[in-house]
Design a protein. Structure first.
Length: 691
């Protein structure tokens, strides 16, 4: 809300109502406002006698008629509808028609129509605002026709207007005035080639090789002493698998989470592995580099910010690289959006094509499919005859635009996932069912789990619960899993530990580094519970995510609890490890496939009901209550359950590398690998998805 919007769109309505002496003036609410409006709003309220207040809401409390979380509803159905509305517009169709031979780019554009983003001008946030309006009207008992949504112009806003009209909501579009960003202005004013030269020069001016007592001097990045990288393309260099590092190394501890888990469990050699680093928040350290070197695994930092190791190989983009994004001037927002997205794709494509051309990479594998970057990476790899692969890391129960992917290979828990991927709009040449990728860790974790269980027992615990959480956010308005909800769940369990001297609790937080900060005042309860000796927290790695898998806590407990059914991965892992596992569904996800499990035995709405189920289970000497029993759906979730999922992925990739060593082309290699896998594991384990 700004003064201008109030004067143009709201003040005239108030004036008309007063002139017509209408009773029951409408109330006005804003989501965000300018500083000027915030200062003047009390005066405007006094002069007009009309309510003008910031709308207070908690996204976790906004549900539909099925008691489903609005955010989950958007994720699993409404975002897809919005994407369809946009992609069927003449403008989008015309854009796609101009790109007949670039299916990866078209997929990239479709995926970027409505990414999960709470940027104030994103289509996702606009869609949430429509549903907030519906919630507000239902709460106040007024018809949807009485709702008038005033919203800033953004790309594809016309499709949002159509969507809102179907909900009987009237919309008014206001102009968008971009804020001046000095940093962005300066950055865009300097040509990309010059920025690369400056960055490279500054980096190398500070690089001192103490071993040879050399200081490398650069003049505007135009003079340098280059050693030829050991990774560079040579005739005798073996083909490489590029693995995206996403925060978990643990090379020498296969019991814990690792981005190289499939290498650990297969006959793949270290000399065939290349780990790429692009996370400034979790950079390549010298200690990591030393460990990788011990296993003959190569490492490549994709930017100087992604490493603190002086001897790390850094890939610098070419000075002829395409700039990403940038200013695209047009009076039509959709034109700006299209050109900006295509520039972003080209920049990503060129950057990765440069990498794949410089190093002998034949396979790129990652689990991250939630944004559009994998489309450009895969296209660049295919341009040099390589193969892209994505493996399933998280449980999926429903189709979603967020999980849609464009890839050559997809390694999934089961063949059932292929139908979900199909409905999500994915394009996958070969969809390979391998089983749950962390099942090899179960036996490896038992020693650690037994150690913790014994410790809790020695301090008086007779019955032990384990609890796995999800990461939460501070602002309850824009994310349905917020700190308030986490505090309520922790408070309930911690008070049980403090009041019941026979109870033990093992906590496996998803992001342990922020746990105490997220708990706020409840953090003191956690400290008190830990002091009893009957509460153990797996803090472990303080990086992007915990290195400890959920099974380490589950195997030490009698009953495992996953506090968020909609996520499901921690619950699935605990159940596959053979531990009775309970799911809490406070967010509201009634369409999840996990609802094939029995409510009241596995699924619960409240902690009181869940606690009562636990006490029933403990009081039954035979433990035949059915509490935590997943047996009726385990075959669907993982048809193997043999501890060899990681091995299957690793061996499949090795077959691909062997094909390249034999001089075969990518299509032949993929076809032969798929046939070999079908022969070994069954023809029902390999499918094609919209290929």
């Amino acid at each position: 809300m700004t003064i201008w919007v109030w004067l143009v769109h709201i003040a005239p309505k108030i004036l008309v109502n007063k002139l017509n002496k209408l009773s029951g003036y409408p109330s006005y609410h804003f989501i965000e406002c300018s500083l000027a409006f915030k200062l003047l709003s009390p005066i405007l309220r006094y002069c007009t006698g009309t309510s003008i207040d910031q709308l207070k809401f908690n996204l976790a409390n906004i549900r539909d008629t099925k008691d489903q979380s609005i955010q989950l509803k958007l994720t699993y159905s409404e975002a897809s509808q919005m994407q369809d509305l946009v992609t069927r517009t003449p403008e989008f169709q015309k854009m796609c028609d101009s790109l007949p031979d670039e299916p990866g780019l078209i997929f990239f554009l479709k995926k970027n129509v409505i990414p999960t983003s709470f940027n104030s001008r994103s289509l996702w946030r606009a869609l949430i605002l429509v549903h907030i309006c519906l919630w507000k009207s239902s709460r106040e008992g007024v018809s949807n026709q009485s709702i008038h949504l005033i919203i800033q112009k953004r790309p594809w806003i016309e499709s949002l207007v159509l969507y809102a009209e179907k909900q009987h909501i009237t919309t008014t579009i206001t102009a968008y005035t971009p804020k001046f960003n000095l940093k962005h202005f300066v950055k865009s004013a300097i040509p990309l080639s010059l920025r690369i030269i400056i960055q490279k020069s500054l980096h190398n001016l500070t690089t001192i090789d103490l071993k040879h007592m050399q200081i490398r001097l650069f003049v505007l990045g135009l003079w340098t002493r280059h050693k030829k990288s050991k990774l560079s393309q040579t005739n005798d260099q073996p083909p490489l698998v590029a693995v995206e590092y996403l925060g978990q190394l643990n090379i020498e501890n296969p019991a814990y989470q690792s981005d190289l888990f499939f290498w650990q469990q297969s006959s793949l050699k270290g000399e065939n592995m290349l780990l790429t680093f692009n996370q400034p928040s979790s950079p390549l350290k010298q200690s990591d580099l030393n460990v990788l070197k011990n296993h003959q695994i190569s490492a490549l930092a994709l930017s100087p910010k992604a490493t603190t190791a002086k001897k790390a190989i850094i890939h610098w983009p070419s000075i002829f690289s395409s700039p990403a994004g940038g200013n695209v001037m047009s009076s039509i927002p959709t034109d700006n959006w299209s050109k900006r997205q295509i520039k972003s794709y080209k920049a990503l494509y060129d950057s990765w094509l440069n990498i794949f051309s410089k190093y002998p990479i034949k396979v790129h594998i990652s689990w991250y499919k939630y944004d559009s970057s994998h489309c450009a990476i895969g296209d660049a790899l295919r341009a040099v005859g390589g193969i892209s692969a994505i493996y399933q890391r998280a449980f999926e129960s429903q189709p979603s635009t967020e999980t849609a992917m464009f890839t050559d290979l997809s390694f999934a828990y089961s063949s059932d996932i292929s139908e979900i991927d199909k409905r999500s709009g994915s394009h996958i040449k070969y969809h390979i069912a391998v089983g749950y990728i962390g099942d090899h860790r179960f036996d490896l974790l038992k020693e650690e789990s037994n150690r913790v269980r014994k410790s809790l027992k020695n301090n008086g615990a007779k019955h032990i619960l384990s609890y796995s959480d999800e990461n939460t956010h501070a602002d309850p308005r824009w994310w349905f899993m917020n700190h308030e909800q986490t505090r309520e769940q922790y408070e309930y369990l911690l008070k049980k530990v403090l009041s019941e001297s026979w109870l033990g609790l093992i906590i496996k937080p998803k992001v342990p580094g922020t746990l105490h900060q997220r708990l706020g005042d409840i953090s003191q309860l956690l400290t008190e519970a830990e002091e009893t000796g009957r509460c153990h927290v797996y803090y472990g790695n303080q990086g992007l995510h915990s290195s400890y898998p959920p099974a380490v806590a589950a195997l030490a407990s009698d009953i495992s609890i996953h506090g968020h059914l909609h996520a499901g991965t921690a619950g699935l892992e605990s159940a596959l490890a053979g531990v009775p596992t309970l799911l809490l569904d406070q967010e509201g996800c009634p369409d999840s496939s996990l609802y094939k499990l029995e409510k009241g035995s596995v699924i619960f709405d409240t902690y009181d009901d869940l606690w009562n189920a636990c006490t029933r289970h403990w009081s039954d000497p035979q433990k035949q209550t059915g509490i935590g029993d997943w047996s009726n759906i385990l075959d669907e979730l993982d048809p193997f359950r043999d501890g060899r999922a990681a091995e299957r992925i690793g061996e499949y990739i090795k077959w691909i590398l062997d094909g390249y060593k034999d001089g075969l082309d990518r299509k032949t290699i993929m076809d032969l690998a798929a046939e070999k896998y079908c022969t070994q594991w069954g023809y029902d384990k390999v499918t094609q998805v919209n290929a």
